[in-house]
Design a binder for this molecule. Structure first.
Ligand SMILES: Cc1cc2nc3c(=O)[nH]c(=O)nc-3n(C[C@H](O)[C@H](O)[C@H](O)COP(=O)(O)O)c2cc1C
Length: 192
């Protein structure tokens, strides 16, 4: 079995964290993994912001709630109905991933960086979750005040966060979603 494929299959989104912080050394390995992602035209159009401050998490969560009111998605409104829902799942740390808005394929670049971080977190035995909700307060040019507080560079927009921490449950205790069948068609492969 291929070790990386094993890790890819084993990784699950973690939504229950212990209160224990992660080490600075682990965080730096994870950030480095994001930095080494591929990017369109090698533009490396991401910027990472590390957050561990509970007041900032609370503010972002509240701003998510405000922005999400305008969503047309029923599942978002179901989530809003849960008053105590925390988009960061009380994780001790989050890395906010921002995209340089004038770069080509900038969301794809940031997604590649995000996935690298999730996989390296898993390799370190840490739990992680990709949180798209973290980008809601910044849609349509909103959230400039938050960008200033977080020192997100000008011309960048936060898209999502990677929450990180120690898992309360091990991967095999978390029900993973089934992967879909019929996901590939071999148009041709050397005459097979
Ligand atoms: C672009 C993107 C946005 C996501 N946003 C959220 C989110 O806001 N909150 C959340 O709990 N999970 C989020 N997820 C995680 C998915 O729900 C999860 O990856 C999916 O259900 C598959 O489960 P697995 O990660 O355990 O394989 C997101 C994943 C992606 C790729």
């Amino acid at each position: 079995m291929n070790e990386l494929l094993d890790l890819i299959k084993k990784r699950r989104s973690t939504r229950k964290f212990t209160e224990e912080p992660i080490s600075r050394a682990d965080l730096e390995v994870i950030l480095e993994a994001g930095r080494w992602a591929p990017s369109g035209h090698n533009q490396q159009s991401w910027f990472f912001t590390v957050i561990s401050d509970k007041a900032m998490f609370a503010e972002l969560n509240q701003r998510f709630r405000e922005a999400a009111q305008h969503s047309s998605e029923a599942f978002v409104h179901k989530i809003l109905a849960k008053q105590d829902f925390d988009i960061f799942y009380h994780a001790p740390v989050a890395v906010l991933v921002s995209a340089r808005e004038d770069a080509i394929l900038t969301e794809a670049n940031c997604a590649a960086a995000t996935q690298n971080m999730l996989l390296v977190a898993e390799s370190l035995g840490l739990g992680s979750c990709w949180v798209g909700f973290a980008g809601f307060p910044f849609i349509n040019g909103q959230g400039q005040d938050l960008c200033e507080k977080l020192a997100v560079p000008e011309g960048f927009r936060p898209l999502y966060a990677v929450v990180l921490g120690h898992k309360q449950l091990q991967n095999k205790e978390v029900r993973g979603p089934k992967r879909k069948e019929n996901w590939v068609h071999y148009h041709s492969f050397f005459g097979e």
